[in-house]
Ligand binder design. Structure first.
Ligand SMILES: [Zn+2]
Ligand SMILES: [Zn+2]
Length: 412
């Protein structure tokens, strides 16, 4: 740009000089009326005027040029700053991207490590379970009433932490093994726990007032209680197969009983809902039942059994529930249990259980998820009506709601 400007100035000067000369020529030539001295003076004067004018133009041009250069500098500075800013942003973006990439890689690595860790735990658990099963078999095959030492080793989730009071009392805790307190699992014990074994629409809905209170659950004609009785008479005989029956036959003249208690929770809380506890009189019976029933299928659901320790049923079961005055209702953290039909096992050292006349619906039990078909012959009154459980949860739901509405309609 400065080069262009200079060129222009040159041309402008030249043109101006030409013009002045022409004008002068046009005017009356002073030579005609001036003396030679005067004429010379006049020429000099004219030249000085011209020089002055040229100087003036030069000054103006310089000023313009300075202004322009200044503006140019400012623009250049601005542009420079902008470029720096863009470069900074670019660098920041690159850094951010690198950081994200690193984080993604770390996450991926952690995920892989976690998968590997879980796999190892699973394999270790499988190995332990295999050894455990072998030991159980050994124990069942042998004559000794005392189990091998290995079976008596208990497992603790956090040996250095305080004992979890809920787990100690009920063998269950809402936090599972993630609990900050210690949970102690026995190797084997006389009590088997099937978590969430009994399911029914009535237990899973706390919204319906009918199901919200223990009182309603115990009504003989409530849907839930009828369903529970079906369950009770289905499941009880399966566990009964594994007891030391003879011993108790002698002791209890009236009835043979191979385990001391059977309790099904009707709590709403997920970790207690439908939990089924079966306490045997001796370890061998409990082990035999575990061996035979763990992982078996009932009503299309796989049974998961575990040995557990309940120091005292009195401490495990909510005392206020028995009096029907528990303020927490089924949200209670202690066991709220169904009253067993005919008050079975309500007294630990005896029972008036005389058995069910109708045969148990053992067809619901299976070795696989495939359910067997119900027997065609229906002799008893119970077996002639269609069993609700087989219609699936939706059907049962509709049955329950209808009867509930009818009842409330009557009240209105
Ligand atoms: Zn706990
Ligand atoms: Zn309670």
């Amino acid at each position: 740009m400065p080069y262009m400007h200079k060129e222009w100035r040159k041309i402008a000067k030249r043109e101006r000089r030409k013009r002045i000369r022409k004008e002068l020529a046009k005017k009356l030539d002073p030579i005609t009326y001036l003396t030679s001295e005067e004429y010379e003076f006049w020429i000099k004067e004219q030249e000085e005027i011209q020089l002055l004018e040229l100087e003036k133009i030069a000054i103006l041009n310089k000023e313009e040029n300075d202004k322009w250069q200044k503006a140019e500098r400012v623009t250049m500075e601005k542009w420079q700053k902008l470029q720096e800013k863009i470069e900074n942003l670019r660098q920041m973006k690159l850094q951010e991207e690198a950081k994200l990439k690193l984080e993604r890689e770390m996450e991926q690595k952690q995920r892989e490590e976690e998968v590997q860790r879980l796999k190892e735990i699973e394999e270790e658990n499988k190995r332990k379970q295999k050894v455990f099963q072998e030991n159980l078999e050994q124990f069942l095959k042998g004559d000794s009433m005392d189990p091998p030492e290995e079976l008596l080793i208990s497992r603790e989730t956090r040996p250095n932490a305080d004992i979890c009071p809920f787990f100690t009392k009920t063998a269950c805790c809402r936090f599972g093994d993630q609990c900050s307190r210690n949970h102690k699992y026995p190797g084997i014990s006389k009590i088997l726990l099937a978590t969430n074994f009994y399911i029914h629409f009535g237990l899973e809905n706390s919204n319906f007032s009918e199901y919200d209170t223990d009182v309603m659950l115990e009504f003989e004609d409530s849907d839930t209680y009828k369903d529970f009785k079906d369950f009770f008479f289905d499941v009880l005989p399966e566990f009964e197969k594994f007891g030391k029956v003879v011993q108790f036959k002698k002791f209890h003249q009236t009835w043979i009983l191979n385990f001391s208690t059977f309790k099904v929770c009707n709590n709403y809380e997920k970790h207690l809902r439908g939990n089924t506890y079966v306490e045997f009189y001796d370890l061998r019976s409990a082990v035999a039942a575990y061996q035979a029933l763990h992982s078996r299928w009932y009503g299309g659901r796989q049974l998961s059994l575990q040995f557990c320790e309940i120091g005292s049923w009195k401490n495990a079961i909510c005392g206020l529930q028995i009096k029907k005055r528990c303020p927490k209702g089924r949200a209670c953290n202690f066991l709220h249990v169904f009253r067993n039909p005919n008050n079975l096992f309500s007294v630990y050292n005896g029972s008036n259980y005389r058995g069910r006349r109708t045969p148990p619906r053992s067809w619901r039990w299976s070795e696989s998820p495939e359910r067997e078909s119900p027997p065609r012959r229906h002799s008893s009154s119970r077996s002639t009506k269609p069993t609700k459980r087989d219609h699936g949860p939706c059907k049962r739901k509709s049955i329950s709601i209808t009867s509930h509405r009818k009842k409330s309609g009557k009240r209105d």
